[in-house]
Design a protein around this ligand. Structure first.
Ligand code: ZN
Length: 350
């Protein structure tokens, strides 16, 4: 067990924001039932969940195979997206940005626009069924050449009014520098698409610097290895970059040894803008409520920390201002008022 959360509060009913969750790592058991492939819990865990500790990020990425194999038809993509949104709502999430790499869902012969049609149909169905807010982030992949990633950016642009809120760079960080795909993200900026990028997870501050300087993202997926460099911490703060942090996922792929070694609390105390995310709800398996219990247990986080970081998530969500105001008001109300927010300042440096 990663952390014994006995005695911690249940956060299920507290309103939460999730900015970093992958569709192909979050295939729900209900989706398989609806697709006519009922499966018991033990088999579901055995087939679709990665080991609690993987040898590397690459090892973990390989564990996504069975989920990805299912997500190759229009009904599977539609139902998986809808069921993920239902799971997010049941977990108390009021707004989520769900990401996926469209090219990885074409083995059944679907074109890129057919993939988008299926996922957005599921998005709309999920939003209608639950009333929560949800948008899509399309991932370019590090190990793809620019001529394969550029169509993903154009796709995001075409589907922007139909659920897409931004683009991401994902994939094997240690083996593939971001520089290869610089022109791809130049095009995203040209089109005015909000950009986030995975960095500072499987590689350190040099990889973060490369991504920040060449891709100019507004947010970083993970970014946790910024803790290795004072200069990088200062740079992230100076550029007002937001870190989408996924503590359990980092432990699972071996970025840090034990949960208590994770730098999220130190990054928070240093005043960095960050949010709490699952990354993967099935491959882990994990909910945001469980992640909050682990943070409460290991770092003593309470309402103040959780509200503050959810408000930061809204501030950096790829949403228009009006939508942000409404979400912030719901968070403040649901967590018991703004005076609960803990001011994390540089005066609190550890
Ligand atoms: Zn991720």
């Amino acid at each position: 067990m990663l952390v014994d959360v006995t005695g911690t509060p249940d956060f299920t009913r507290k309103p939460k924001i999730e900015l970093h969750v992958h569709l192909d790592c979050s295939l729900m058991k209900n989706a398989l039932h609806r697709l006519g492939e009922p499966i018991n819990e033990a088999d579901f865990r055995r087939i679709y969940t990665a080991p609690e500790r993987c040898d590397s990020l690459l090892d973990y990425l390989n564990a996504i195979g069975p989920s990805c194999a299912v997500l190759q038809t229009a009904p599977a993509l539609r139902i998986a997206t809808e069921e993920l949104i239902r799971a997010l709502a049941a977990d108390g999430v009021i707004y989520a940005e769900i990401r996926f790499a469209p090219h990885t869902h074409r083995n059944g012969g679907l074109g890129l626009d057919a993939v988008m049609a299926a996922v957005t149909e599921g998005l709309m169905a999920g939003r209608a069924a639950t009333g929560i807010g949800a948008g899509l982030l399309l991932c370019a992949l590090r190990d793809y050449p620019p001529d394969r990633n550029l169509p993903v950016i154009e796709l995001a642009h075409r589907w922007r009014d139909r659920g897409v809120v931004g683009v991401d760079l994902a994939g094997d960080e240690a083996g593939h520098p971001a520089a290869t795909n610089r022109a791809v993200f130049d095009r995203a900026h040209e089109l005015g698409l909000p950009v986030t990028a995975h960095a500072g997870e499987a590689a350190g501050p040099d990889s973060l610097r490369e991504v920040i300087e060449l891709l100019a993202p507004a947010r970083i997926g993970h970014g946790v290895r910024a803790i290795e460099s004072e200069d990088m911490l200062a740079e992230i703060k100076a550029r007002n970059l937001h870190l989408e942090i996924c503590p359990s996922s980092n432990i699972q792929v071996g970025v840090f040894g034990a949960y208590g070694d994770h730098p999220i609390d130190r990054l928070s105390r240093r005043g960095l803008s960050l949010s709490i995310n699952t990354d993967a709800r099935t491959v882990a398996p994990l909910s945001l409520s469980l992640e909050y219990r682990r943070l409460a247990k290991c770092f003593g986080w309470q309402t103040g920390e959780f509200l503050a970081h959810n408000l930061e998530a809204v501030r950096h969500a790829f949403l228009p201002a009006a939508g942000k105001e409404a979400l912030s008001a719901r968070l403040v109300d649901g967590w018991g008022g703004k005076d609960q927010v803990v001011a994390r300042t540089s005066a609190q440096r550890l």
